[in-house]
Design a protein around this ligand. Structure first.
Ligand code: MTE
Length: 399
Protein backbone atom coordinates (compact mmCIF):
# COMPACT_ATOMS: atom_id res chain seq x y z
CA UNK A 1 0.00 0.00 0.00
CA UNK A 2 1.24 3.49 -0.79
CA UNK A 3 0.17 6.96 0.32
CA UNK A 4 0.42 8.03 -3.34
CA UNK A 5 -2.68 6.25 -4.64
CA UNK A 6 -3.94 9.48 -6.21
CA UNK A 7 -0.89 9.72 -8.52
CA UNK A 8 -1.05 8.27 -12.07
CA UNK A 9 2.23 6.59 -13.10
CA UNK A 10 3.73 5.02 -16.21
CA UNK A 11 4.50 1.28 -15.96
CA UNK A 12 7.73 1.74 -17.96
CA UNK A 13 9.36 3.59 -15.05
CA UNK A 14 11.89 1.54 -13.09
CA UNK A 15 11.50 1.71 -9.32
CA UNK A 16 14.76 2.25 -7.50
CA UNK A 17 13.60 2.16 -3.87
CA UNK A 18 10.75 -0.31 -3.46
CA UNK A 19 7.14 0.80 -3.29
CA UNK A 20 7.46 4.04 -1.34
CA UNK A 21 8.69 6.74 -1.60
CA UNK A 22 8.51 6.83 -5.38
CA UNK A 23 11.96 7.08 -6.97
CA UNK A 24 12.15 6.08 -10.60
CA UNK A 25 13.99 6.44 -13.86
CA UNK A 26 12.95 5.37 -17.35
CA UNK A 27 14.98 2.76 -19.23
CA UNK A 28 17.80 4.85 -20.73
CA UNK A 29 16.85 3.98 -24.32
CA UNK A 30 13.20 4.95 -23.72
CA UNK A 31 14.32 8.23 -22.19
CA UNK A 32 16.64 8.93 -25.11
CA UNK A 33 14.04 7.98 -27.73
CA UNK A 34 11.54 10.28 -26.03
CA UNK A 35 13.64 13.12 -27.46
CA UNK A 36 14.94 16.46 -26.27
CA UNK A 37 11.81 17.12 -24.19
CA UNK A 38 10.90 14.30 -21.83
CA UNK A 39 7.20 13.58 -21.47
CA UNK A 40 5.95 14.04 -17.91
CA UNK A 41 5.24 10.29 -17.75
CA UNK A 42 8.88 9.32 -18.35
CA UNK A 43 10.50 12.18 -16.46
CA UNK A 44 12.60 10.80 -13.59
CA UNK A 45 11.09 11.19 -10.12
CA UNK A 46 12.93 11.79 -6.85
CA UNK A 47 10.53 11.93 -3.91
CA UNK A 48 11.69 11.86 -0.29
CA UNK A 49 8.19 11.05 0.94
CA UNK A 50 4.51 11.09 0.06
CA UNK A 51 3.16 13.25 -2.74
CA UNK A 52 0.84 15.90 -1.24
CA UNK A 53 -2.69 15.38 -2.48
CA UNK A 54 -4.05 18.63 -3.88
CA UNK A 55 -7.56 18.65 -5.33
CA UNK A 56 -8.24 20.65 -8.50
CA UNK A 57 -10.62 22.85 -6.53
CA UNK A 58 -7.87 23.68 -4.01
CA UNK A 59 -5.27 24.80 -6.53
CA UNK A 60 -6.42 28.42 -7.13
CA UNK A 61 -6.10 29.12 -3.40
CA UNK A 62 -2.76 27.28 -2.88
CA UNK A 63 -0.61 29.72 -0.91
CA UNK A 64 3.01 30.74 -1.27
CA UNK A 65 4.38 32.95 1.49
CA UNK A 66 7.40 35.23 1.07
CA UNK A 67 8.85 35.97 4.47
CA UNK A 68 12.06 36.53 6.43
CA UNK A 69 14.33 39.49 5.70
CA UNK A 70 11.81 41.43 3.62
CA UNK A 71 10.11 44.79 4.08
CA UNK A 72 6.68 43.43 3.13
CA UNK A 73 6.05 39.79 3.98
CA UNK A 74 3.33 38.61 1.61
CA UNK A 75 1.24 35.58 0.84
CA UNK A 76 0.32 35.01 -2.79
CA UNK A 77 -2.28 32.58 -3.99
CA UNK A 78 -1.69 30.35 -7.00
CA UNK A 79 -4.24 32.45 -8.88
CA UNK A 80 -2.37 35.68 -8.09
CA UNK A 81 0.93 34.12 -9.14
CA UNK A 82 -0.58 33.38 -12.55
CA UNK A 83 -2.43 36.65 -12.94
CA UNK A 84 -0.05 39.23 -11.51
CA UNK A 85 3.34 38.16 -12.88
CA UNK A 86 4.86 37.77 -16.34
CA UNK A 87 4.86 34.11 -17.31
CA UNK A 88 7.94 32.57 -18.89
CA UNK A 89 8.23 29.31 -20.78
CA UNK A 90 11.65 27.73 -21.12
CA UNK A 91 13.23 24.29 -21.51
CA UNK A 92 15.29 23.17 -18.52
CA UNK A 93 17.09 19.90 -17.85
CA UNK A 94 16.80 18.65 -14.29
CA UNK A 95 19.34 16.14 -13.03
CA UNK A 96 19.38 14.31 -9.74
CA UNK A 97 22.76 14.70 -8.03
CA UNK A 98 22.60 10.91 -7.66
CA UNK A 99 22.51 10.30 -11.43
CA UNK A 100 24.94 7.40 -12.21
CA UNK A 101 25.30 6.52 -8.52
CA UNK A 102 25.01 2.80 -9.33
CA UNK A 103 28.59 2.87 -10.60
CA UNK A 104 29.76 4.30 -7.25
CA UNK A 105 27.83 1.66 -5.34
CA UNK A 106 29.51 -1.04 -7.41
CA UNK A 107 32.92 0.21 -6.31
CA UNK A 108 31.97 0.87 -2.69
CA UNK A 109 28.51 1.10 -1.14
CA UNK A 110 27.39 4.69 -0.60
CA UNK A 111 24.46 5.92 1.50
CA UNK A 112 22.24 6.22 -1.55
CA UNK A 113 20.20 4.10 -3.92
CA UNK A 114 21.45 3.05 -7.32
CA UNK A 115 20.48 5.47 -10.07
CA UNK A 116 21.48 4.37 -13.54
CA UNK A 117 22.16 7.10 -16.08
CA UNK A 118 18.51 8.13 -16.56
CA UNK A 119 18.17 10.35 -13.47
CA UNK A 120 17.98 13.28 -15.88
CA UNK A 121 15.11 14.73 -17.92
CA UNK A 122 14.13 17.90 -19.75
CA UNK A 123 10.83 19.76 -19.90
CA UNK A 124 9.40 23.10 -20.95
CA UNK A 125 8.54 24.81 -17.70
CA UNK A 126 6.10 27.73 -17.43
CA UNK A 127 5.73 30.22 -14.61
CA UNK A 128 7.01 33.53 -13.24
CA UNK A 129 10.63 34.41 -12.54
CA UNK A 130 11.36 33.91 -8.86
CA UNK A 131 13.04 37.34 -8.87
CA UNK A 132 9.73 39.07 -9.67
CA UNK A 133 8.05 37.35 -6.73
CA UNK A 134 10.88 38.15 -4.30
CA UNK A 135 11.10 41.76 -5.49
CA UNK A 136 7.44 42.26 -4.59
CA UNK A 137 8.31 41.57 -0.93
CA UNK A 138 11.32 43.95 -1.00
CA UNK A 139 14.32 42.08 0.43
CA UNK A 140 16.35 43.96 3.05
CA UNK A 141 19.95 44.97 2.37
CA UNK A 142 21.52 42.26 4.47
CA UNK A 143 19.54 39.45 2.78
CA UNK A 144 21.76 36.87 1.05
CA UNK A 145 19.83 33.62 0.60
CA UNK A 146 16.42 32.42 -0.46
CA UNK A 147 15.26 29.35 1.45
CA UNK A 148 12.49 27.25 -0.08
CA UNK A 149 10.11 24.83 1.60
CA UNK A 150 7.76 22.20 0.17
CA UNK A 151 4.51 20.73 1.48
CA UNK A 152 5.69 17.12 1.72
CA UNK A 153 5.91 16.16 5.37
CA UNK A 154 8.98 13.96 5.94
CA UNK A 155 10.60 12.25 8.94
CA UNK A 156 12.88 15.27 9.43
CA UNK A 157 10.38 18.03 8.71
CA UNK A 158 9.36 19.60 5.42
CA UNK A 159 11.75 19.29 2.47
CA UNK A 160 13.72 22.50 2.06
CA UNK A 161 16.95 24.01 0.79
CA UNK A 162 18.34 27.38 -0.29
CA UNK A 163 20.08 29.22 -3.11
CA UNK A 164 21.83 32.58 -3.11
CA UNK A 165 19.63 35.67 -3.46
CA UNK A 166 21.95 37.19 -6.06
CA UNK A 167 21.49 34.09 -8.26
CA UNK A 168 17.73 34.45 -7.96
CA UNK A 169 17.89 38.12 -8.97
CA UNK A 170 20.18 37.44 -11.97
CA UNK A 171 17.95 37.01 -15.05
CA UNK A 172 20.70 35.05 -16.81
CA UNK A 173 20.36 32.24 -14.29
CA UNK A 174 16.72 31.75 -15.21
CA UNK A 175 15.53 30.82 -11.72
CA UNK A 176 11.77 30.50 -11.87
CA UNK A 177 8.65 29.00 -10.36
CA UNK A 178 6.74 26.56 -12.51
CA UNK A 179 3.10 25.50 -12.61
CA UNK A 180 3.22 23.91 -16.06
CA UNK A 181 5.42 21.25 -17.58
CA UNK A 182 5.33 20.75 -21.35
CA UNK A 183 2.23 22.95 -21.51
CA UNK A 184 0.21 20.88 -19.02
CA UNK A 185 -0.39 21.53 -15.32
CA UNK A 186 2.47 19.99 -13.31
CA UNK A 187 2.19 16.25 -12.76
CA UNK A 188 1.68 15.48 -9.01
CA UNK A 189 5.06 13.70 -8.80
CA UNK A 190 6.76 16.80 -10.20
CA UNK A 191 5.40 19.32 -7.73
CA UNK A 192 1.78 20.07 -8.56
CA UNK A 193 0.64 22.76 -8.29
CA UNK A 194 3.85 24.82 -7.94
CA UNK A 195 7.60 24.18 -7.81
CA UNK A 196 10.89 25.99 -8.05
CA UNK A 197 13.09 25.41 -11.10
CA UNK A 198 16.77 26.22 -10.60
CA UNK A 199 18.43 25.75 -14.03
CA UNK A 200 21.99 24.45 -14.26
CA UNK A 201 21.98 23.23 -10.66
CA UNK A 202 21.28 19.82 -9.15
CA UNK A 203 17.61 18.82 -9.07
CA UNK A 204 17.64 18.82 -5.26
CA UNK A 205 17.50 22.63 -5.25
CA UNK A 206 14.27 22.73 -7.31
CA UNK A 207 11.79 22.39 -4.46
CA UNK A 208 8.45 20.81 -5.36
CA UNK A 209 5.00 21.55 -3.83
CA UNK A 210 6.41 24.95 -2.94
CA UNK A 211 4.78 26.76 -0.01
CA UNK A 212 7.44 29.14 1.34
CA UNK A 213 10.22 31.43 0.21
CA UNK A 214 12.18 32.67 3.21
CA UNK A 215 14.79 35.36 2.66
CA UNK A 216 17.72 34.94 5.07
CA UNK A 217 21.26 35.95 5.93
CA UNK A 218 22.53 32.35 6.10
CA UNK A 219 21.99 29.19 4.04
CA UNK A 220 19.00 27.02 4.89
CA UNK A 221 19.12 25.11 8.19
CA UNK A 222 16.61 22.57 6.88
CA UNK A 223 17.66 18.97 7.63
CA UNK A 224 17.58 18.08 3.93
CA UNK A 225 19.77 21.04 3.03
CA UNK A 226 22.41 19.92 5.50
CA UNK A 227 22.32 16.11 5.27
CA UNK A 228 21.56 15.74 1.57
CA UNK A 229 23.09 16.89 -1.71
CA UNK A 230 26.70 17.13 -0.59
CA UNK A 231 29.96 15.68 -1.83
CA UNK A 232 31.97 15.05 1.35
CA UNK A 233 35.71 14.37 1.08
CA UNK A 234 36.36 10.86 -0.22
CA UNK A 235 38.04 9.80 3.06
CA UNK A 236 34.74 10.21 4.95
CA UNK A 237 33.23 6.73 5.38
CA UNK A 238 29.54 6.09 6.17
CA UNK A 239 30.57 5.43 9.80
CA UNK A 240 32.52 8.70 10.10
CA UNK A 241 29.68 10.62 8.48
CA UNK A 242 27.11 9.29 10.94
CA UNK A 243 29.31 9.64 14.05
CA UNK A 244 30.78 13.07 13.41
CA UNK A 245 28.09 15.54 12.34
CA UNK A 246 30.62 18.31 11.79
CA UNK A 247 31.36 16.87 8.32
CA UNK A 248 27.90 18.02 7.29
CA UNK A 249 28.14 21.53 8.61
CA UNK A 250 30.66 22.74 6.06
CA UNK A 251 28.75 24.53 3.29
CA UNK A 252 31.75 24.20 0.98
CA UNK A 253 30.69 20.59 0.43
CA UNK A 254 27.15 21.51 -0.67
CA UNK A 255 26.53 20.96 -4.37
CA UNK A 256 24.94 23.68 -6.51
CA UNK A 257 26.09 23.72 -10.17
CA UNK A 258 25.96 20.40 -11.97
CA UNK A 259 29.24 18.93 -13.12
CA UNK A 260 29.91 18.04 -16.75
CA UNK A 261 28.58 14.60 -17.59
CA UNK A 262 27.55 12.30 -20.45
CA UNK A 263 26.20 8.84 -21.15
CA UNK A 264 25.68 6.46 -24.03
CA UNK A 265 22.16 5.28 -24.83
CA UNK A 266 23.15 3.32 -27.96
CA UNK A 267 24.71 0.86 -27.71
CA UNK A 268 23.36 -0.23 -24.35
CA UNK A 269 25.64 -1.91 -21.90
CA UNK A 270 26.44 -5.43 -23.17
CA UNK A 271 24.24 -4.96 -26.20
CA UNK A 272 25.09 -7.43 -28.91
CA UNK A 273 26.07 -5.39 -31.95
CA UNK A 274 25.00 -6.70 -35.32
CA UNK A 275 28.27 -6.92 -37.18
CA UNK A 276 27.17 -7.31 -40.76
CA UNK A 277 29.46 -6.22 -43.56
CA UNK A 278 32.90 -4.76 -42.80
CA UNK A 279 31.79 -1.54 -44.53
CA UNK A 280 28.78 -1.06 -42.24
CA UNK A 281 28.72 1.64 -39.57
CA UNK A 282 27.13 1.77 -36.14
CA UNK A 283 25.56 5.03 -35.00
CA UNK A 284 26.54 5.46 -31.35
CA UNK A 285 24.56 8.13 -29.51
CA UNK A 286 23.73 9.55 -26.13
CA UNK A 287 23.40 12.72 -24.09
CA UNK A 288 25.69 15.23 -22.37
CA UNK A 289 25.08 18.14 -20.01
CA UNK A 290 27.06 20.73 -18.12
CA UNK A 291 26.32 22.93 -15.11
CA UNK A 292 25.86 26.62 -14.34
CA UNK A 293 24.66 27.48 -17.85
CA UNK A 294 27.92 26.34 -19.45
CA UNK A 295 27.60 24.88 -22.95
CA UNK A 296 28.98 21.46 -23.79
CA UNK A 297 31.63 22.20 -26.37
CA UNK A 298 32.86 18.71 -27.24
CA UNK A 299 32.01 15.07 -26.77
CA UNK A 300 34.71 12.49 -27.39
CA UNK A 301 34.58 8.74 -27.90
CA UNK A 302 37.37 6.26 -27.31
CA UNK A 303 37.46 2.68 -28.53
CA UNK A 304 40.90 1.92 -27.08
CA UNK A 305 40.48 2.52 -23.37
CA UNK A 306 41.21 6.25 -23.54
CA UNK A 307 44.43 6.25 -25.56
CA UNK A 308 42.85 8.03 -28.51
CA UNK A 309 39.62 9.97 -28.91
CA UNK A 310 37.32 10.82 -31.85
CA UNK A 311 34.98 13.79 -31.93
CA UNK A 312 31.25 13.15 -31.86
CA UNK A 313 28.66 15.42 -33.51
CA UNK A 314 26.57 17.47 -31.10
CA UNK A 315 23.01 18.65 -31.56
CA UNK A 316 21.71 21.49 -29.35
CA UNK A 317 17.90 21.38 -29.65
CA UNK A 318 17.69 24.01 -26.89
CA UNK A 319 18.80 26.70 -29.32
CA UNK A 320 15.58 26.38 -31.31
CA UNK A 321 13.59 27.31 -28.23
CA UNK A 322 15.52 30.50 -27.64
CA UNK A 323 14.22 32.03 -30.88
CA UNK A 324 10.79 30.58 -30.39
CA UNK A 325 10.58 32.14 -26.95
CA UNK A 326 11.80 35.55 -27.78
CA UNK A 327 9.18 35.75 -30.54
CA UNK A 328 6.43 34.52 -28.28
CA UNK A 329 7.03 36.97 -25.49
CA UNK A 330 8.19 39.95 -27.53
CA UNK A 331 11.79 39.55 -26.44
CA UNK A 332 11.04 39.89 -22.74
CA UNK A 333 11.55 36.23 -22.22
CA UNK A 334 15.04 35.84 -23.03
CA UNK A 335 15.48 34.33 -19.64
CA UNK A 336 18.73 32.87 -20.81
CA UNK A 337 21.51 35.08 -21.88
CA UNK A 338 22.36 34.05 -25.43
CA UNK A 339 25.23 32.01 -24.10
CA UNK A 340 23.72 30.18 -21.15
CA UNK A 341 22.80 26.54 -21.70
CA UNK A 342 20.45 24.91 -19.27
CA UNK A 343 19.63 21.77 -21.22
CA UNK A 344 21.21 18.51 -22.18
CA UNK A 345 22.46 18.06 -25.73
CA UNK A 346 22.54 14.96 -27.87
CA UNK A 347 25.69 13.52 -29.39
CA UNK A 348 26.17 10.92 -32.09
CA UNK A 349 29.09 9.29 -33.86
CA UNK A 350 29.07 6.96 -36.78
CA UNK A 351 31.64 4.21 -36.14
CA UNK A 352 32.81 1.77 -38.82
CA UNK A 353 32.02 -1.68 -37.46
CA UNK A 354 35.49 -2.79 -38.44
CA UNK A 355 36.80 -0.36 -35.79
CA UNK A 356 34.48 -1.86 -33.21
CA UNK A 357 35.79 -5.29 -34.03
CA UNK A 358 39.02 -4.65 -32.18
CA UNK A 359 37.30 -2.97 -29.24
CA UNK A 360 35.58 -4.27 -26.13
CA UNK A 361 34.16 -1.01 -24.80
CA UNK A 362 32.99 2.41 -25.91
CA UNK A 363 34.03 5.29 -23.66
CA UNK A 364 32.51 8.75 -23.78
CA UNK A 365 33.48 12.01 -22.12
CA UNK A 366 32.26 15.59 -22.50
CA UNK A 367 33.85 18.99 -22.00
CA UNK A 368 32.20 22.35 -21.36
CA UNK A 369 33.09 25.89 -22.42
CA UNK A 370 35.20 26.41 -19.28
CA UNK A 371 37.19 23.30 -20.39
CA UNK A 372 35.85 21.32 -17.45
CA UNK A 373 36.16 17.73 -18.60
CA UNK A 374 34.87 14.45 -17.22
CA UNK A 375 37.65 12.73 -15.29
CA UNK A 376 38.98 9.27 -16.00
CA UNK A 377 38.64 8.26 -12.36
CA UNK A 378 35.65 8.16 -10.08
CA UNK A 379 35.52 10.44 -7.03
CA UNK A 380 33.74 8.23 -4.48
CA UNK A 381 31.90 10.02 -1.69
CA UNK A 382 29.54 8.93 1.04
CA UNK A 383 26.34 10.11 -0.68
CA UNK A 384 27.55 8.86 -4.07
CA UNK A 385 26.69 12.14 -5.77
CA UNK A 386 27.93 13.96 -8.89
CA UNK A 387 29.39 10.79 -10.34
CA UNK A 388 30.86 11.75 -13.70
CA UNK A 389 33.87 9.72 -14.81
CA UNK A 390 34.12 8.62 -18.46
CA UNK A 391 30.98 6.63 -19.25
CA UNK A 392 31.77 3.10 -20.34
CA UNK A 393 29.63 0.55 -22.19
CA UNK A 394 30.96 -2.92 -22.83
CA UNK A 395 30.12 -4.30 -26.24
CA UNK A 396 29.68 -7.83 -27.50
CA UNK A 397 29.80 -8.72 -31.15
CA UNK A 398 27.62 -11.08 -33.02
CA UNK A 399 29.89 -12.17 -35.85
N1 MTE B 1 11.06 18.92 -3.34
C1 MTE B 1 10.32 18.40 -2.35
N2 MTE B 1 9.39 19.16 -1.78
N3 MTE B 1 10.49 17.11 -1.95
C2 MTE B 1 11.45 16.31 -2.51
O1 MTE B 1 11.56 15.12 -2.12
N4 MTE B 1 13.30 16.15 -4.12
C3 MTE B 1 14.34 16.96 -4.75
C4 MTE B 1 13.74 18.04 -5.63
N5 MTE B 1 12.69 18.75 -4.95
C5 MTE B 1 12.27 16.84 -3.53
C6 MTE B 1 12.00 18.18 -3.94
C7 MTE B 1 15.28 16.21 -5.53
S1 MTE B 1 16.54 15.44 -4.67
C8 MTE B 1 15.26 16.22 -6.91
S2 MTE B 1 16.49 15.47 -7.79
C9 MTE B 1 14.18 16.88 -7.65
O2 MTE B 1 13.20 17.43 -6.78
C10 MTE B 1 13.50 15.88 -8.55
O3 MTE B 1 12.47 16.47 -9.29
P1 MTE B 1 11.49 15.55 -10.13
O4 MTE B 1 10.99 14.45 -9.23
O5 MTE B 1 10.43 16.43 -10.65
O6 MTE B 1 12.31 14.96 -11.25
Amino acid sequence: DTPDRHVPRDPRLIRLTGVHPFNVEAPLTDLFNDGFLTSSQLFYVRNHGPVPEVLDSEIPTWELSIEGLVEHPITLTFRQILQQFDQITAPVTLVCAGNRRKEQNQVRKSNGFSWGAAGVSTALFTGPMMADIIRRAKPLRRARYVCMEGADKLPNGYYGTSVKLNWVMDPNRGIMLAHKMNGEPLHPDHGRPLRAVIPGQIGGRSVKWLTKLIVTEAPSDNWYHIYDNRVLPTMVSPEMASKDKSWWQDDRYAIYDLSVNSATAYPQHNEELPITTPEATYNARGYAYGGGGRRITRVEISLDGGKSWRLADIDYPEDKYRDFESQLYGGRVDMYSREACFCWCQWSLSIPVSDLDASDAILVRAMDEAMNIQPRDMYWSVLGMMNNPWFRVTITKNN
